[in-house]
Design a binder for this molecule. Structure first.
Ligand code: APR
Ligand code: PHB
Length: 409
């Protein structure tokens, strides 16, 4: 067994692990990242790319913001269409000047990966058999196999950034964990295509035929989604069928502008709300998808991962710069407060924008639930106060600071 050491062991090289690793390294806090798959595989996962200001600021602090600033597009508003009628949510006006940046998650991950490599920081890809040991002691460690050799990584803290299917969350004993879950009775069929987007701002469409979303990656690359039954498979949706259905759900002006083309990626994603409490066990911290999943309707997945990273970064800075080990107890509570807000927003947007007609929800028959949600959405869209509620959450709620250092002792 080869023994290696770092102050922080990071499990998973998705956006959470890479961002945390970069921030810590900039502060001189040593860290090693362990990743199960290859770097190329990580970059093959297509995901949303709407970034809150807090996320952008964090990436700036990590020193990896240049390409995002050059290529990302600032969005000051987005649209919600009900049965073809579009309402623009003016985020900038309604949230006191905030906006979001549209920049693909794959690009952020690539930027972080390249920065880590350029700085000569250690990431072990294709590790096997990762096990977390003694996480409640002062000497936690992680054992794994890499290139046929067995390793033990000895550390002070472990950041579980290993996604929903990782090993970190199950390390917390089941009797200490509460898991909240809602699986929605439909999925999103997504298509990426090298065609100009129908609009320079996103359009979330509530339609009798089902939800649709018009999004983009650049001026020449579009990303579209439609709500489909969970039983549908990608093979059921040749490109032409997808474009026909999308056109029916978009508002007429947007449908008229739709440019179609061959899909370069097509996949169906299930929708899930999931929260694990607590997000901490001894010296193990859960970060991002390892602790929570949101349905993609509010574009909050990556942004909630970023606020976890921000909180853990503040905790570890205080531990290593000010010697305050007690502050680690604040992590789970602070992270979860913001997670619950993001979860509620994503759940609310999902309920209001999708078609639950045949399905029902909350013990209500489908048609009744649908009418409640239709009323809810039109009520919020009809006033500036209502639109502000949506805008403030879409641009992202503020990050919470740690409680001040107790200087009495
Ligand atoms: N050992 C090492 N690495 C692992 C293990 C393991 N046992 N299990 C999983 N991993 C790796 C995965 O291969 C993956 O690369 O952990 C990484 C987790 O990355 P993500 O799933 O992208 O999670 P996270 O970094 O928290 O990113 C959150 O991703 O799903 C979206 O909406 C979400 O945008 C948000 C973002
Ligand atoms: C995307 O562009 O993939 C995207 C944008 C906004 C969402 C979900 C996905 O809410």
């Amino acid at each position: 067994m080869k023994i290696i050491k770092a102050q922080v062991a990071v499990i998973g090289a998705g956006p959470s692990g890479l961002l945390l690793g970069q921030l810590l390294a900039k502060q001189g806090i040593s860290n090693i990242i362990l990743e199960k798959v290859t770097g190329e595989y990580v970059l093959g996962r297509i995901r949303a790319g709407i970034l809150e200001q807090g996320f952008v600021d964090l990436v700036r602090e990590a020193g990896v913001v240049d390409r995002m600033v050059a290529e990302g597009e600032v969005h000051e508003g987005f649209n919600i269409a009900i049965n073809g009628h579009c309402v623009r949510i003016d985020m900038k006006k309604l949230s006191d000047g905030d906006s979001v940046v549209c920049y693909g998650q794959v690009e952020i991950t690539r930027d972080l990966m390249e920065a880590r490599q350029a700085a000569g920081l250690s990431t072990y890809y294709e590790v096997e058999g990762v096990k977390l040991k003694n996480v409640t002691s002062d000497n936690p460690s992680v054992t794994y196999t890499h290139a046929g050799e067995k390793y033990e990584l000895q550390c002070d803290y472990i950041a579980g950034c290993d996604g929903f299917h990782g090993v970190s969350r199950p390390t917390i004993p089941a009797e200490l964990r509460i898991e909240h879950e809602r699986i929605y009775p439909f999925g999103w069929l997504g298509v990426l295509s090298d065609t100009p987007p129908v609009s320079d701002e996103l359009i979330y469409c509530k339609h009798q035929r089902g939800f649709a979303l018009a999004s983009m990656r650049s001026a020449t690359r579009s990303r579209y989604y439609i709500q489909v039954p969970l039983s549908d498979r990608v093979e059921d949706w040749p490109d032409d069928a997808f474009w026909d259905e999308l056109k029916k759900r978009l508002p007429p002006e947007a449908a008229a502008r739709l440019v179609t083309g061959p899909s370069i990626e097509k996949s169906i994603a299930p929708l899930r709300s999931f929260i694990c409490e607590p997000m901490q066990y001894g010296n193990l911290f859960l970060v991002g998808d390892a602790a929570h999943i949101v349905p993609p309707t509010g574009a909050k997945g990556l942004n909630l991962a970023a606020s976890d990273v921000a909180t853990l970064y503040k905790v570890l800075l205080r531990v290593y710069k000010e010697g305050d080990k007690e502050c680690i107890k604040q992590y789970s509570e602070i992270a979860l407060r913001r997670v619950w807000h993001g979860e509620r927003f994503s759940w609310w947007m999902t309920n209001m924008l999708h078609n639950f007609d045949d399905m029902g929800s909350h013990d209500l028959e489908g048609a009744t639930f649908a009418r409640f949600m239709e009323s809810e959405l039109s009520y919020y869209l009809a006033s500036q106060a209502g639109q502000k509620v949506i805008a403030e959450q879409y641009v992202g709620l503020p990050y919470e600071e740690l409680a001040p250092l107790d200087t009495r002792s």
